[in-house]
Design a protein around this ligand. Structure first.
Ligand code: ADP
Length: 435
């Protein structure tokens, strides 16, 4: 589900980026293209105007290029036509009469040829060849043409029975626009790749915890149903015996007791499950109270089970009293449950740091101990050590998860130390939010 959402979101993000980048790049490219085309057209019109106004002058005395460096300048604007120093763009024109080219000239002084002859050529283009002339004339009275790797725009003027075609070399503009288009395409591709990678990384970061939490939830529901099924099966089989057999009163009592125990276990389990889900969702009322009150309540709750020794705790902390009561009860309960000794001893101690910034609670027992390699797992939901799984006194492996939830809620840290058959100590350190 999350994977699908990730893919869909990535596609959506890439499409959004694509539209934005397309909009921007085509906006930029379109404007550049339009502006350049406009400038070329204007230059061509200027050239035509210049020629029609100063025919004789231009034919006999074309203004020289200012210096050789102009030959390599990309964009040579048609300058003031009367200024001999004005750099010029390269162009040529042909005069046509009755479908025949009668004259052809180009504007470069170096290649200047006086009159139309067989050597008339422009940048390697043989203007005198019939083939070239047919080609040039096949495009109508105005437009643009490609000739080998050159590009021209052209227009024509009619004077009497002579039509003059002006060709402006726009190869540089053309190449510039082509390169701009290629660069834009490359930028577009790179941007999309970048967006793809970044969005993937961001989505992974944002959705991985969600995926994990859904996985945990699934596992939790599975484990919970499994645990609920066990007492239900026991109840079912006990009931079958009660219904199907002719039992004495004592025998019936025994099976009914079993049922009652299983119901107690189920009640405990459902209560634990409720506590876990409530801890995840419900905001509890928090206030100042003395830990000593909690210690007294713990002693009272276990007074018929085991003597609990408490020490310290005579200071105020801020939180929900029921959380701390539940927390200590879980550790004390475990200390009693996982203790096969006759003489059980449970010690609960609380100390406040000198600067009152932290306080610590420790719960020690003289019970069976925990395998050091299980220290991490014991806080996981439904985790039970093997010995607890086989024994009847064990719970469902939810106690320490509930405790861990509470500890996390108060930004505490828990440490375990244990020795098999000697006992276990849980030390929890909390920041004192009061100070
Ligand atoms: P449960 O609710 O079944 O008691 P917990 O989550 O409280 O489960 O504890 C998980 C496991 O950690 C238990 O199955 C037990 O094996 C081990 N454990 C917890 N506390 C102690 C302890 N004080 N002494 C020995 N083993 C303990």
């Amino acid at each position: 589900m999350v994977k699908k959402a990730k893919t869909q979101l990535t596609v959506a993000l890439v499409l959004a980026a694509l539209s934005i980048v397309l909009f921007i790049s085509f906006g930029i490219f379109g404007t550049t293209y339009y502006t350049n085309k406009k400038l070329d057209q204007k230059d061509l019109q200027d050239i035509m105007f210049f020629h029609t106004q100063n025919q004789d002058e231009i034919i006999n005395d074309l203004p020289p290029m200012v210096d050789d460096s102009y030959k390599n300048i990309d964009e040579k604007k048609v300058g003031d036509p009367t200024d001999p120093k004005a750099p010029r763009r390269q162009y040529f024109y042909i005069e046509v009469k009755d479908g025949e080219v009668i004259d052809a000239r180009e504007n470069m002084p170096n290649n200047f040829f006086d009159g139309y002859d067989d050597s008339a050529e422009y940048n390697g283009m043989d203007l005198s060849s019939e083939e070239t002339q047919d080609y040039l004339l096949s495009f109508g009275s105005s437009g643009s043409i490609n000739y080998e790797d050159m590009h021209f725009i052209f227009d024509s003027v009619e004077t009497g029975d002579i039509t003059t075609y002006y060709f402006l070399d726009t190869s540089l503009t053309h190449r510039f626009l082509e390169n701009t288009l290629k660069t834009t395409g490359l930028i577009l591709l790179l941007t999309l790749l970048y967006v793809l990678l970044i969005s993937r990384a961001i989505l992974n970061r944002a959705l991985d915890p969600l995926e994990l939490s859904i996985e945990n939830q699934k596992r939790f529901t599975g484990d919970a149903s499994h645990e609920l099924r066990t007492p239900l099966t026991a109840i079912r089989s006990n009931l079958d015996i009660l219904i199907g057999y002719d039992l004495t009163k004592e025998e019936q009592e025994e099976w009914l007791n079993n049922i009652s125990n299983e119901i107690d276990r189920m009640t405990k389990l459902t209560n634990d499950l409720l506590t876990l889900s409530r801890n995840d969702t419900i905001e509890k009322e928090k206030y100042e109270f003395s830990l000593k009150e909690v210690f007294d309540a713990v002693e009272f709750n276990f007074k018929n089970v085991c003597k609990i020794e408490t020490e310290g705790g005579d200071f105020d902390i801020f939180g929900a009293k029921e959380d701390f009561l539940q927390l200590i009860m879980i550790f004390v309960d475990n200390g009693i449950k996982y203790n096969s000794k006759e003489d059980k001893s449970i010690k609960v101690k609380a100390t406040l740091d000198k600067n009152e910034k932290k306080f610590k609670i420790s719960i020690s027992d003289n019970g069976d101990g925990i395998d050091n390699e299980n220290f991490e797992q014991i806080f996981e939901r439904f985790y039970r050590e093997d010995k607890a799984r086989t024994g009847t006194s064990g719970g469902f492996g939810l106690g320490l998860s509930i405790a861990s939830n509470i500890i996390n809620e108060y930004n505490g840290v828990v440490k375990v130390s244990s020795e098999l058959n000697e006992g276990t100590t849980f030390k929890i350190e909390f920041p004192n939010v009061n100070k």
